[in-house]
Write a protein that binds this ligand. Sequence first.
Ligand SMILES: NC(=O)C1=CN([C@@H]2O[C@H](COP(=O)(O)OP(=O)(O)OC[C@H]3O[C@@H](n4cnc5c(N)ncnc54)[C@H](O)[C@@H]3O)[C@@H](O)[C@H]2O)C=CC1
Ligand SMILES: Nc1nc(O)c(N)c(N[C@@H]2O[C@H](COP(=O)(O)O)[C@@H](O)[C@H]2O)n1
Length: 217
Amino acid sequence: MHVLVNAAMSADGKLASYRREQLRISGEMDFDRVDRRRAESDAIMVGVGTVLADDPSLTRFDRNHRDAVGGTGVPARIVADSQGRTPLDAALFDGSAPTYVLTTEAASSDRLEQLEKAGATVVVAGKERVDLTAALSELERDGIETLFVEGGGELIFSLFEADLVDELSVYIGSLLIGGRDAPTLADGEGFVDEFSNLILIGVERLDDGVFLQWSVE
Ligand SMILES: NC(=O)C1=CN([C@@H]2O[C@H](COP(=O)(O)OP(=O)(O)OC[C@H]3O[C@@H](n4cnc5c(N)ncnc54)[C@H](O)[C@@H]3O)[C@@H](O)[C@H]2O)C=CC1
Ligand SMILES: Nc1nc(O)c(N)c(N[C@@H]2O[C@H](COP(=O)(O)O)[C@@H](O)[C@H]2O)n1
C-alpha cells in the first residue's frame, strides 16, 4: 500500500488552535491540489480526533482528475477510532462513500453494532489502540492500495512510528497560531533518537503559502 500523509499547518507547525476547531489554513490552490490527490486515492483516512473536531465528509475530490487517472467509484473514508467514539450522525455516515471504522477489542460490541448499522465497515485490530499495521493490511485485502491521510497530529505520528508512511506533503500557510496545547503536524509521544528521515522532493509557492513534499527514507 502507498501511504501519503497530507496536512496544512501554520508557520509554527500547528494544525489548528488550542480550541481544536476546524481552521482553514490552505488557500484555493492547495485545496485544488488536495482534491486531485484525493481523486488519485482509493481511500482517505483521518483519526477520530479530527472527526470529533471537524465532522469532515471527505467526499470532495476532482472528478475529472479521477476519470483521467482511470479511478472508478469514489474514494472510501477511513477513521482510526480505538473505542468507537465516532458519532452515529457524523457526516462520514451520509452514505455517499464506503466508510471504514478501524477499532480495537476495547470498543464495546454494542457500539460496534451501532456503527455497522450507521453504515460502517468495522475492522478490529489491536487491543487498546488501533494496530495500524494490521488494520492497513486488512484494508489492502479489500483492494485499498493508495491511502491519503489527512490528519490529525496523533494519527500522523503513529503512522510514522509504525513506519507506514511513504510520502509527506505539507502546505505551510502564512499565519502563526501558537499555543502549547495546539495540535501539531506530529504529536503522540515523539521520537527521542531514531527520527523519521525525510527526502525533500518538491517545493512550490501556492497562493501566499508554501507547499513542501518529502518522501520517507
Ligand atoms: N490543518 C490540517 O490539515 C488538519 C487539522 N486537523 C486538526 O487536528 C485536530 C485533531 O487532531 P488530533 O487531536 O491529533 O486527532 P487525530 O485525528 O489524530 O485522532 C487521534 C485519535 O485517533 C484514535 N486512534 C486510534 N488508533 C490510533 C493510533 N494507532 N494512533 C493514534 N491515534 C489513534 C485515538 O482515539 C486518538 O485520540 C483538530 O483540531 C483538527 O481540526 C486535522 C486534520 C488536518
Ligand atoms: N488541506 C487542508 N487544509 C486545511 O486548511 C484544512 N483545515 C484541512 N483539513 C482537513 O480536511 C478535512 C475536511 O475535509 P472536507 O471538508 O470534509 O472535504 C478536515 O477534517 C481535515 O482532515 N485540510
